[in-house]
Design a protein around this ligand. Structure first.
Ligand code: ADP
Ligand code: ADP
Ligand code: MG
Length: 504
């Protein structure tokens, strides 16, 4: 059944990204926005927009009943959830379906099956998908955890059963540290997910996060689109992703792909999803979790496999068969994605706020920017501080890396602290250039931390802020109106405020 009008239950770059696919498909898009987002880019990019509540997400983007009522009011026939917010809520997915709308995502039962990590582990064990050795028992006492950890072998990881976004995770090196780790992980999990349950996994030292993109149609076909390497992480959250993963050959890709496809089959999966694995230094891989939604880093797969995953999500939701077979997909070239955040990398990666005096994204061959902000926008406290994703593609990994560095250097963000310089320091690091860093690398090596804290850099930021304020106040010479949204005005920003003078 062809879809004609979609409510996008999200905000920021992913809402804008989904709207682009809608435009290409001839599907009308309806944005929802909170009081804080009345002038946001995703509102401007939509065909229609509806206020969904107050600034706190709980009162707007997480108010499922209201979102469904708005979808009906606006005559939508489908809902796309993006990532985060309600995207992995089986109750919301079911409510959408019950309202007679098409859910552009997996069946609620598949979301539910993968939603609790301990339950997903049990299902995966049955399906023959390799698991990290672990221990789970919701009624176990401390003694049982201590015994289990001894059997698994330290270091172990305490993880939240309902986890997501890197929350509720503790690495434990000794029995002495286990009681406190269990307690604090439970507290964090209860606060973040309303579910205090935790479990143990063997901590894979120097492991790499390798995940497989899967696509499944409603007719039983499941394929995979290779892997992404998301090992560059801070606080168990990704900052740079790439495809293909360095050092993964066709045989390992096929083996991990087959495990991911088996995982999808085991839960009756339909639509796009991602199976996350941890790869050991010995080359073994273990299931971590399945994200039953579009992933933040989906663009690197799109560039390397030449597909539009969001358009495919709509096609699958319409009931179409997959247009590709496994034999027809092959990676071409190399892609990187950097997550440009408003955050203080030197200050423990805490989120930053501010008004964007200037945001000038890079533009060059092989460079894609997925962004949800523009000059003049305010970065507040209510939502994820992701400003933009900068994605590059080129023939080789080295060329793509050079392209990414150049793109980041020409990116201008004035008015808030960003992790741009941290990203540049990371990409410049010889270990990253060599490929194959592990998930603990950033923290162990303190990558980029000193670079960002340099007083010189702060002085330069102040100079740039003054320059931006002056540029803002002066009408552009010989050019039309002086609106801050007028792209031509960017050209009046002096060259030193853009390129190399901004680098470390
Ligand atoms: P990805 O692998 O796609 O990066 P993440 O697990 O990092 O997935 O989550 C994607 C987005 O959703 C991020 O913006 C993250 O902050 C948010 N997110 C995911 N799960 C949760 C959660 N349980 N609570 C809060 N935010 C979450
Ligand atoms: P979340 O739902 O928060 O994304 P994950 O299970 O995906 O939780 O774990 C987040 C990150 O923590 C992984 O990407 C990986 O870097 C690390 N991690 C998780 N489990 C293990 C493990 N058993 N050994 C080593 N690292 C792990
Ligand atoms: Mg994960």
């Amino acid at each position: 059944m062809p879809l004609s009008k979609c409510l996008i239950a999200n905000r920021g770059e992913i809402a804008v990204r989904i709207m682009r696919a809608c435009r290409e498909l001839g599907i009308r898009s309806v944005a929802v926005y909170s009081d804080a987002d009345a002038h946001a880019q995703h509102v401007l990019a939509a065909d229609e927009a509806a206020l969904c509540g107050a600034a706190p997400a709980r009162a707007s983007y997480l108010d499922g009943a209201r979102l469904i009522a708005l979808a009906r009011e606006h005559g939508c026939d489908c809902v796309h959830p993006g990532y985060g917010f309600l995207s992995e809520s089986p109750a919301f997915a079911q409510a959408v379906v019950d309202a007679g709308l098409v859910w552009v995502g997996p069946p609620p039962a598949a979301i539910r099956a993968m939603g609790v990590k301990t339950e997903a582990r049990a299902l995966m064990a049955e399906a023959g998908v390799p698991l990290v050795p672990g221990f789970q028992d919701d009624h176990a006492d401390l003694r049982a955890y201590l015994t289990a950890a001894e059997r698994i072998g330290y270091p172990v990881m305490v993880k939240a059963a309902g986890g997501g976004g890197g929350k509720g995770i503790r690495i434990v090196h000794s029995p002495e540290a286990l009681p406190e780790a269990l307690e604090s992980a439970r507290r964090e999990a209860a606060a973040a997910f309303g579910d205090p349950r935790v479990f143990l996994e063997k901590y894979i030292t120097r492991g790499r996060h390798i995940e497989i993109q899967v696509l499944a149609d409603a007719h039983g076909a499941v394929i995979h689109l290779g892997e992404r390497d998301c090992s560059a992480q801070r606080r168990h959250q990704k900052v740079v992703e790439e495809a293909p993963a360095p050092g993964i050959d066709d045989a390992r890709r096929a083996a991990m792909g087959a495990a991911a496809v088996a995982a999808a089959h085991a839960v009756g999966y339909v639509n796009a999803g991602t199976v996350e694995f941890i790869l050991t230094p010995d080359g073994d891989f273990y299931f971590l979790e399945m994200n039953t939604r579009l992933q933040v880093e989906h663009p690197v797969t799109e560039l390397v496999y030449g597909v539009d995953l969001v358009r495919l999500q709509f096609a699958i939701a319409e009931g179409q068969a997959l247009p590709l077979t496994q034999a027809e997909v092959a990676p071409h070239g190399h892609a990187f994605e950097c997550r440009l955040y408003a955050e203080d990398a030197a200050g423990g990666f805490l989120p930053a706020t501010g008004t964007l005096l200037r945001f000038v994204p890079p533009s060059a061959p092989g460079v894609r920017v997925d962004s949800g902000v523009a000059s003049g926008d305010t970065i507040g406290i209510h939502y994820d501080p992701l400003l933009a994703k900068i994605i590059v593609h080129d023939r080789t990994r080295a060329d793509a890396l050079a392209r990414m560095c150049a793109a980041l250097r020409e990116t201008v963000v004035l008015g808030t602290t960003t992790n741009r310089d941290f990203l540049l320091a990371l990409l410049d690091h010889p270990a990253f250039a060599a490929g194959g860093v592990d998930t603990g690398w950033i923290e162990r090596e303190q990558v980029g931390v000193l670079a960002d804290a340099s007083p010189d850099d702060h002085a330069r930021r102040v100079r740039l802020l003054i320059a931006a304020a002056v540029a803002e106040a002066m009408p552009p010479v010989g050019m039309g109106r002086a609106s801050s949204a007028d792209a031509s005005q960017e050209r009046t920003l002096s060259p030193w405020a853009r390129g190399d003078s901004f680098r470390l």
